[in-house]
Design a protein around this ligand. Structure first.
Ligand SMILES: Nc1ncnc2c1ncn2[C@@H]1O[C@H](COP(=O)(O)OP(=O)(O)OP(=O)(O)O)[C@@H](O)[C@H]1O
Ligand SMILES: CC(=O)N[C@H]1[C@@H]2OC[C@@H](O2)[C@@H](O)[C@@H]1O[C@H](C)C(=O)O
Length: 378
């Protein structure tokens, strides 16, 4: 068993999620403390500018200069968040065998027209290892994308471990409602997964556009609006929904153009309906027939969305991660902690059914602190 501290900074740019996990990277998983630390406004500003630069970064060109600043900002923000978290829980970096860091996705292009995809999770594992004195695993998606895979979703391997651990009845579907929504179906076929569409990303953007905060608390505003079915249909006409699974999305593959001109409330109601429709389309696409659906990610707090999902999937049982004793806000940080141990053991983290990669594939890049014995030539 290894003790791991996992870090996740998702597409919502809302914070750094941290979780402690004791695991063998296979069947053993024991939860430790976890926390969500808000993203400092300054860091968020740099990351937003970095994403804008990444969106217009041509293939083959040198990386935009702002990537370097963003790496420094994100490492600093992980250090601050971790120090506070460890102090609060009476822990120290030296308690851990390894740190697992997702890094900030600033660009994600799926493989298309015979071209490999591109994905960037900004971080600097080497400087984090030096600052903490602990080996760091990051860059979990690179090996998969280089092998022609989608590089996302990666969480299915952890969802499977959780399901096995809890002895849950299959078929089971795990739904992550983050900035982007993704699903993992676990059934007799093994693991099947895909990104289904936006979850909260567009709704958050609409909220900020109207200067009404970062997100629609519990979906209360969406619940008062009217759904414009023609706009939902326009979103659903996107080519992405014609593609076979597995498939993955960038948070910026969809925008607000289709709903310009709608009232604030109707816009939210319509975006929420788009999240639901695309989720249902994804479930249908992989022909998943789950008995139980587990909701995780920040969107599980959106009561309006959760009610709509529950009604649409009835009679299947829709539960929140917490109903199974899981921690819905920590799942991704835990998942990368689990994957880091698999990386150290050379075990696969992506599979044909999850990223479309040809063979099960290990992933993750290991950085050792300066003068760490393993990093010295033997
Ligand atoms: N109380 C709440 N009511 C409604 N929505 C909420 C609430 N709390 C969080 N959210 C939504 O959840 C989002 C954050 O979710 P989460 O942290 O799972 O996303 P992420 O990990 O950044 O995204 P991804 O999984 O795409 O990388 C917020 O931006 C917000 O839209
Ligand atoms: C490229 C990237 O960062 N993708 C994220 C994003 O956020 C949700 C969805 O899109 C998912 O595919 C993925 O993250 C989760 C953790 C995953 O890989 O399973």
């Amino acid at each position: 068993m290894m003790k791991v501290l996992g870090f996740m900074t998702g597409t919502s740019l809302d914070g750094v999620d941290m979780a402690v996990l004791d695991t063998d990277g296979e069947t053993q998983v024991t939860f430790g403390p976890w926390s969500e630390s808000p993203m400092p406004a300054e860091t968020r500003k740099i990351l937003e500018a970095t994403i804008q630069a990444a969106l217009v970064w041509p293939r083959g060109a040198a990386e935009p200069a702002i990537f370097g600043d963003a790496r420094q900002a994100i490492v600093a923000c992980h250090l601050d968040a971790a120090r506070e978290f460890l102090d609060h829980n009476g822990l120290a970096f030296s308690d851990f065998d390894v740190l697992a860091v997702h890094g900030q996705t600033v660009l994600h292009e799926r493989p298309k027209n015979g071209l490999k995809g591109r994905t960037v999770q900004l971080f600097d594992g080497r400087s984090f290892a030096d600052a903490t004195g602990v080996p760091v695993v990051c860059d979990f998606r690179q090996a998969d994308i280089e092998a022609g895979g989608e590089a996302a979703p990666l969480m299915p391997v952890y969802h499977r471990a959780l399901a096995q651990n809890a002895g849950l009845e299959l078929p089971l579907l795990v739904v992550n409602l983050g900035g982007v929504a993704n699903i993992t179906a676990i059934d007799a076929r093994g693991l099947t997964a895909l990104d289904t569409g936006p979850a909260n990303g567009l709704m958050d953007q609409w909220m900020r556009r109207h200067d009404r905060g970062d997100f629609d608390h519990e979906g209360r505003i969406a619940a008062t609006g009217k759904v414009h079915a023609d706009k939902v249909a326009a979103y659903m006409a996107h080519d992405y929904f014609k593609a076979a699974a597995p498939k993955s999305l960038d948070r910026y593959d969809f925008n607000l153009q289709a709903i310009e001109g709608l009232s604030f409330e109707d816009g939210l109601a319509t975006l929420s309906a788009f999240t639901l429709q695309s989720l249902l389309a994804g479930i249908e696409l992989v022909n998943a027939k789950p008995k139980t659906i587990v909701l995780a990610g920040g969107g599980r707090h959106n009561l309006h969305l959760v009610n709509q999902i529950t009604a649409a999937l009835s009679p299947a049982r829709v539960v929140l991660a917490e109903d199974l004793g899981w921690r819905g806000g920590a799942l991704e940080a835990e998942g990368f902690a689990y994957m880091a141990v698999r990386s150290l053991k050379g075990l696969p983290i992506s599979f044909p059914g999850t990223t479309g990669v040809k063979m099960p594939l290990p992933g993750g890049k290991i950085s050792y602190p300066k003068n760490w014995p393993q990093s010295l030539p033997s």
